[in-house]
Design a protein around this ligand. Structure first.
Ligand SMILES: [Zn+2]
Length: 234
């Protein structure tokens, strides 16, 4: 009798036992809301034990006021979140960031999203051509994410958080070193705006030409200074 070929049955990995940490506890949301305009929100990943997202100042206040989660989850204090809550929160933050851009007053349609991605890809390829460099594929994916926000200055934490959401398998130190590479290769510019509440405020700007910035220490926002007119400092 002919020997039959060896067939190996590959089974999917066994489901985690019930004792595994419940999904609800994976993310912890810390909310600090004060009476004034200021607030602070941060999300910590318990499993990987690193901070995933953080918002402060007026932006955090707007995010809280947009009620992305149930009032119970947005009260002062610490709350357990699952992945879908985290996504709701991140989407609400993205929509606030997009709507605060002067010409974007409505939700982004699918088509607009595709246009933004195409423009980001084109802008990045032109940049790399001008710099006469080629960068590794994953660096270019991360750079394309940043190039989706022309004219905007992304806080380092936001850039890291945004990349972590898009590519959850990449850990934070790796993302940070990728961003450092992009700065070193002059694909993006790093701006240190100062230290607020003991934390360094570092931003990324895809505009690498030398230009002046306006930093609002009250809200922690960074913008390009107007290129005409008078900038008065009292
Ligand atoms: Zn700038």
């Amino acid at each position: 009798m002919r020997k039959s070929p060896v067939v190996r049955l590959v089974l999917p990995p066994r489901a985690r036992p019930e004792t595994a940490r419940p999904a609800l506890n994976r993310y912890r949301l810390h909310v600090t809301a004060r009476e004034s305009n200021a607030a602070a929100l941060s999300v910590h990943d318990q499993t990987l034990s690193f901070p995933v997202l953080e918002w402060r100042g007026a932006f955090a206040r707007r995010l809280l006021d947009s009620n992305p989660l149930s009032p119970r989850d947005l009260a002062n204090g610490t709350h357990g979140l699952d992945k879908s809550d985290l996504q709701k929160l991140a989407l609400a933050a993205v929509s606030i960031a997009m709507s605060s851009r002067p010409h974007t007053h409505r939700a982004q349609t699918h088509r607009e999203g595709a246009d933004i991605r195409a423009r980001a890809e084109l802008a990045l390829s032109l940049r790399l051509k001008r710099l006469r460099i080629r960068i590794p594929a994953f660096h270019s994916r991360v750079a394309r994410l940043l190039f989706r926000y022309p004219g905007k200055h992304l806080l380092r934490e936001d850039a890291v958080g945004m990349t972590a959401l898009e590519y959850p398998s990449i850990d934070r130190p790796r993302i940070e070193s990728l961003l450092d590479d992009l700065v070193r290769w002059r694909v993006i510019q790093r701006i240190e705006a100062g230290i607020e509440t003991g934390k360094e405020h570092v931003f990324y700007d895809i505009d690498t030409t030398p230009h002046l910035h306006l930093y609002r220490s009250q809200t922690g926002e960074l913008d390009d200074a107007p290129d005409t007119g008078v900038l008065r400092i009292d």
